[in-house]
Design a protein around this ligand. Sequence first.
Ligand code: PLP
Length: 450
Amino acid sequence: MKVTNVNLDERIHVLKSTSTFMSVIKEIAESGMQEEAFYVLDVGDIVRKHQIWKEKLPRVHPFYAVKCNDSLPVLEVLAAIGVGFDCASKNEINKVLDLGVDTDRIIFANPAKPSSHIRHAESVGVRLMTVDNESELYKIKRIFPSAKIVLRIRCDSELAQCQLGMKFGCDPVYDAPTLLRLAKVLDLDVIGISFHVGSGCQDPPVYNRAIAHSRTLFDLATDIGFKPYLLDLGGGYPGDRGTSIDVFADVINDSLDQYFPSDDVHVIAEPGRFYVASAFTLATCIHSKRVVRANVNDPDKVTHHMYYINDGVYGSFNCLLYDHQHVTPIPLRPGSGKLVPSSIWGPTCDGLDQVVDNVMLHEMELGDWIIFENMGAYTLPVASPFNGFPIPKVHVVADESMWLMLKGALPLTEAHFVVNDIPENIHCGLDISGENVNWENPSIELTTLE
Ligand code: PLP
């Protein structure tokens, strides 16, 4: 299905060979027409991540965790390149179904689901769902007895940015066997085991322990009379620029060879930040500044600069509070002179709204821009317009080769693409200048990415 109704903000800017997403940021920021913070999303980065995933983890089919970043272009690109989806709610399910994704490419991976959401899953045909407790088994028995149940066990990483085990996952030794037996008594269909070691995991061997527990439970489930065939490795994989999943992949591939050597078991995972963290770069602008001086007796001695920017912890930088992220400010204009201790603050009237507490920076002025990389994970979906400060808009870019590959596969028409070096007329809509483009140019088959 091609979408013909084009929202100007949703169009993808096709970069000529001389442009990069960084040059786009510079052009927008320095256009003199941009006041608000904005994102640039490089869709090519997402596609490259998928290529890495397929190369490093060939047995593991990714089901992207929608909660991590549910921006439409992200979901459209992932849907087009064949990724499945982990949805946590009725609305996330609908968002993915609206893209034309088949229901068997969706797992409802929230072990504590409101009844109405389970009813909805049944009505639209999403059958795969995770469970980690007795009450949820009874609830599913009542509402959706033919659901395909994946038992979520707990196996925590010792080093994770966000621990999840205190909320979800049953103990694999003490609780899981009881739950499997109860599911059998209730005549439910348990088809596999899942886990989530914790988001932002820095402890790859934990996947070996979790896969070993899963093997034991596959065997027990088989003895009880189930026919388990799905292993779900959850999320946890790093996604920032410069990070790698190589060690994770080595541990996982070895563990799968050891415990699940047969291809009869279908292996999936629910990566979130891996796919999107590095694809989004945030540009913020300094709108106010305070110079802190030593004391009244030495008014020339500056001890600290405080910069106030147009996005903060109630907006994109909620990730500092909720996702325990650390962000690095990169001034767009290279500074000179001496480095001064500095802090960076968000735009709201709340004292909590601090983005960076102490960093050495060259002096900057009002109107200067500060860039933050790796802002794609757990930022936009959580942001609020508190105090009336808007959530930053996303400008989507793709280089020419990526665009040729995507344009046939995305549910879009050529009107969705702006073929230009940089987005023009940022405030008043965007100019389409695609006259020189051969729209008949056959698109590269996306199956090559699979
Ligand atoms: N799956 C589930 C059930 C989650 O709760 C999360 C994140 O909280 C994810 C997947 C994605 O995790 P990550 O972004 O660490 O890959």
